[in-house]
Design a binder for this molecule. Structure first.
Ligand SMILES: Nc1nc2c(ncn2[C@@H]2O[C@H](COP(=O)(O)OP(=O)(O)OP(=O)(O)O)[C@@H](O)[C@H]2O)c(=O)[nH]1
Ligand SMILES: [Mg+2]
Length: 431
């Protein structure tokens, strides 16, 4: 199974900062607290869009950051929350945390959503910190930082387009020049033994998945040659591209080839003959191909418009045929698979695994003797502290004590006056 994969960065918006403010009233020198809360930061949310078939769009945009919340304001006004950022993904996208390798979400159905990076909550303004004992606090919280992480998106590809034709007509060569797939190419029959899939992008930015299938021969529907299993694969493609060696390198008549393969498709399943089909006349760089093409078109009659002459080797005609395939896909609905067949049978699930509780903090020592504190929780507290108000700083010190950091520093031998570092903040240990 061919898998499209891409690594990207996501970050929820930071919460807005809470405000320290006081009411100003005539004749009242200092009124009560009036600083509002910050608004919440936006989430990064993935949503399934069945119109997407590949992860091609993520090749160009790899960073997704939701907006931050608005800061709190004076007069008790709260900051506005940010809008969530909605990122569209194709059905079948599996989202994996790149650090833990855990699956975050497995998105299958149209419209299904999952929060991939949570926005931070807004910081509280000083109104929230007022108590009878401290009616005018100079304390406000900064917004909580949004969640950030690297994730890997994986998509199991289902082919939109299947290349069919006799062996050695150039199916693998064609796939190799229009996609990054690298199938084996050779002049002997049945070089391709299993389907190869490649993602094709047209010049106008449309993309689809094309499968290079093993060559078919007469009797394929009864199991002759590589037979059945690959015809089953064709059944799932929306559009069939019939590749013909128009130079008749092996001496067969191109029109006979065309009829034979179509007969095989129909004998395998009536439905296959109703599938939209486009004809590629390949190897037009070789002598005799032009004459054969004229004769071929004449025999086809009205269907001649579906023939696209190309050379997979010189790359002539590729642009036009890719546009034609993309157009045909645009107007062809997906074929419903039968109940019990793969993607539909897979239960849809969005997982929110409980993330393992990490230790609140760790303490290490730098060569210069200073103590360094690390830890998600303590770093978050730090980021949410507004250091421009002494009272906020004192609150932070109390929080550190509450987490047991003072005791832990003492246990590691910290003495009065020793330097302690946390992110870019440095302070003296006071015993
Ligand atoms: N001159 C010329 N040769 C081509 C062209 N396309 C393919 N060939 C040659 O035809 C031979 C068969 O090509 P493949 O791409 O392996 O054919 P295939 O249809 O995948 O064959 P199977 O996998 O065996 O079914 C190779 O030697 C290719 O180099 C073309 O446009 N012009
Ligand atoms: Mg091949």
């Amino acid at each position: 199974m061919f898998v499209d994969q891409v690594k990207i960065y996501v970050k929820g918006g930071d919460g807005g900062n809470g405000m320290v403010a006081f009411r100003r009233e005539k004749y009242v020198p200092m009124g009560g607290p009036a600083g509002g809360d910050g608004g919440r930061g936006g989430d990064v949310i993935f949503e399934v869009d069945e119109g997407l078939r590949t992860l091609m769009d993520f090749r160009y945009k790899r960073h997704f950051k939701a907006d931050h919340g608005e800061n709190g304001m004076s007069k008790g006004k709260h900051g506005r929350g940010a809008e969530d950022m909605i990122v569209k993904v194709p059905p079948g996208t599996v989202v994996i945390d790149d650090d833990t390798k855990q699956t975050i979400a497995d998105l299958t159905r149209h419209g299904e959503r999952a929060v991939i990076a949570k926005g931070g909550r807004g910081g509280r303004g000083n109104i929230r910190f007022a108590t009878p004992a401290n009616p005018a606090p100079e304390i406000a919280e900064n917004g909580e930082p949004g969640q950030e992480r690297y994730i890997v998106l994986e998509l199991k590809l289902l082919a939109d387009v299947g290349l069919v034709g006799f062996p050695s007509v150039g199916k693998s060569t064609l796939l190799s020049v229009v996609s990054s797939a690298r199938p084996k190419i050779a002049e002997y029959h049945f070089t391709t033994l299993v389907p190869n899939l490649g993602v094709v992008e047209t010049e106008d930015g449309r993309s689809f998945v094309m499968a290079d299938l093993p060559g078919l021969i007469e009797g394929a529907h009864e199991g002759v040659g590589l037979g059945h299993q690959f015809l089953r694969h064709i059944e799932r493609t929306r559009v069939i591209v019939h590749v013909i060696d128009m130079a008749a390198v092996e001496g067969r008549d191109p029109y006979e080839d065309y009829l034979t393969i179509n007969k095989e498709l129909k004998a395998y399943h009536e439905r296959l003959s109703e599938r939209p089909q486009l004809i590629i006349a390949n190897k037009m760089d070789l002598p005799g191909a032009e004459e054969n093409l004229a004769a071929f078109k004449e025999k086809l009659g009205d269907d001649a418009a579906r023939v696209f002459p190309i050379s997979a080797v010189t790359r002539k005609g590729l642009r036009d045929v890719l546009f034609a395939i993309a157009d045909l896909l645009d107007e062809t609905p997906a074929f419903p698979l039968h109940a019990g067949e793969e993607p539909d049978a897979e239960p849809s699930r969005v997982l929110y695994k409980h993330e393992k509780e990490k230790a609140d903090f760790t303490i290490t020592r730098d060569p210069d003797g200073s103590f360094v504190i690390h830890g998600e929780k303590v770093e978050k507290l730090f980021k949410m502290t507004n250091f421009s108000h002494d009272e906020s700083v004192r609150r932070f010190a109390r929080q550190l004590r509450g987490m047991g950091i003072d005791d832990a520093l003492r246990a590691r031998g910290a003495k009065n006056g020793d330097t302690v570092r946390l992110l870019d903040f440095e302070f003296e240990f006071v015993d």
